[in-house]
Design a protein around this ligand. Structure first.
Ligand SMILES: Cc1cc2nc3c(=O)[nH]c(=O)nc-3n(C[C@H](O)[C@H](O)[C@H](O)COP(=O)(O)OP(=O)(O)OC[C@H]3O[C@@H](n4cnc5c(N)ncnc54)[C@H](O)[C@@H]3O)c2cc1C
Length: 430
């Protein structure tokens, strides 16, 4: 039986913030110590702002330490869908931002000396059906023409140069993407934010926020499990773990579980056969699998084995479901031991887009839909700039943020079993 433990956490010592009382007031309070919150806190502290990060658990406890570590270009939605929805000009700016997110991570890793195995490995999307593969050529052409960015189609006959599996109809490679160890990365971001002067308050849960002016300055009174404090500005970066303290935001986010297994360490030749170019790989289904080698040569294999956010039971069930999925892709791993299994929660918005802005005066950045390692880092930096200067050129602030159809959602995702079934059916028919 695999250990029910996040493998990445076995590779890192998370920084511990000093035990200290909450300040009476702050310029900015950031809720959530993941990529979004810590990236924003780092940038704000570097600008000289007095920043407090309030985290109900510990640094990196949320999705930021639990993910696949794929630092991906593009957005969750395909480019044709984006253009149809938002037009060429705005899509061009959003796509350019998605490319910038990778350099943003690379820059922070370099500047802060974060030892997180960041490497520009590129990513490979593999087609589960012929019609998915046919669409790759169209996407590559649109991306080159509209966004001046080169991707490469890999026909089925050449796919063995990219992946040691014969089940796919072809692939599409983007060399710009990267991979990293997410727990080491979020740990390094936390340490960097503290070095720059941000204070992080772990095991401090935000319970409520009200508007309150101080000496004529508008701001917010925040009530937490460890007392209250006042802030001129608040940034909410709670992603799939957004709760009752920010009810308006919670109603716009669907928390969805995603699960990962990692194998024992593989022999070098086998690892090279499975992923000759060490790509970050995912398939073309809605109910998709994503996988890669870890820096110490384990196969990391993830997917939405259960739609619900993680519990001891969904984690246990996911382990066998994912193992079977992994063997479908890589029969070579039939007798390989699974060492670890864990889960985490993703944040999907109803339009499957990232959203940033202000809601009732509170700044927020959410909605990464499983594409958040690079995007959350970048959004954290952009939110810091917005809060510090009062201005933003962030294209994601220009798109509408839809709620549930007919308003039929109070933040408790009763429809997830139906959504799971719906996506499985979609994968059969499209
Ligand atoms: C299994 C899995 C695999 C993934 N794989 C990838 C991948 O390979 N590539 C990719 O790009 N993306 C991936 N993602 C998505 C990516 O991890 C997230 O988009 C990203 O980490 C979001 O960062 P965040 O800082 O916004 O949120 P999180 O890291 O989730 O942090 C939110 C924090 O807010 C805290 N919080 C919540 N409520 C409160 C409160 N009331 N008071 C105080 N604190 C609170 C939580 O404790 C949590 O620590 C994956 C996600 C999962 C779960």
């Amino acid at each position: 039986m695999p250990q029910e433990l996040n493998y990445w956490l076995t590779t890192v010592q998370m920084p511990v913030s000093p035990a200290q009382q909450l300040p009476e007031s702050c310029e900015v309070v950031v809720i959530g110590a993941g990529f979004t919150g810590l990236s924003a806190a780092l940038a704000l502290a570097k600008r000289g702002a007095k920043v407090a990060v309030v985290e109900s658990e510990t640094i990196g406890w949320g999705a930021s330490s639990r993910n696949g570590g794929m630092v991906l270009t593009g957005l969750k939605l395909g480019v044709n869908q984006l253009i149809a929805r938002y037009g060429r000009e705005l899509t061009r700016r959003m796509y350019a931002a998605s490319l910038e997110t990778i350099s943003c991570v690379e820059r922070i890793v370099g500047e802060e000396g974060i030892a997180c195995d960041f490497a520009r490995t590129g990513h490979l999307e593999v087609a589960c059906k012929q019609m998915h593969f046919d669409d790759y050529a169209r996407q590559v052409e649109v991306i080159a023409r509209e966004f001046n960015h080169q991707l490469r189609v890999v026909p089925r006959a050449d796919l063995r140069t990219e992946i040691g599996s014969d089940i796919y109809f072809g692939g599409m490679v983007d060399e710009t993407s990267a991979g990293l160890n997410p727990a080491r990365y979020v740990s390094g971001l936390g340490a960097a934010a503290m070095r720059a002067g941000a204070c992080i308050y772990e095991r401090t849960k935000l319970q409520g926020i009200t508007h309150e002016s101080r000496n004529g300055t508008p701001g917010f009174k925040l009530t937490t499990s460890r007392g209250s404090l006042w802030a001129r500005n608040v940034l909410v970066g709670t992603s799939g773990y957004t709760g009752d303290a920010t009810p308006a935001l919670r109603k716009k986010i669907i928390p969805i579980g995603s699960y990962i297994i990692t194998t024992e360490i593989l022999p070098e030749a086998l690892a090279r056969e499975l992923s000759p170019r060490n790509r970050q790989i995912y398939d073309s289904k809605n109910y998709l699998y994503y996988y890669r080698l870890t820096p110490d040569r384990r196969m990391l294999f993830g997917g939405r084995a259960a739609f619900f956010p993680e519990t001891a039971q969904t984690i246990r069930e996911s382990s066998e479901i994912l193992r079977r999925g992994m063997i479908d892709v890589y029969p070579q791993l039939r007798d390989t031991k699974i060492d670890y299994v864990w889960g985490g929660t993703l944040d999907f918005c109803f339009d499957i887009m990232p959203h940033v802005g202000q809601m009732d005066g509170l700044h927020f950045a959410v909605g990464y839909a499983g594409h958040g390692v690079a995007m959350a880092t970048w959004q954290g930096q952009k939110m810091a700039e917005w809060i510090a200067t009062g201005k933003t050129d962030n294209p994601f602030s220009e798109i509408a943020f839809p709620g549930a159809p007919l308003g039929l959602y109070n933040g408790k995702p009763w429809f997830l079993p139906f959504a799971g079934a719906y996506y499985k059916i979609l994968d059969w028919i499209s």
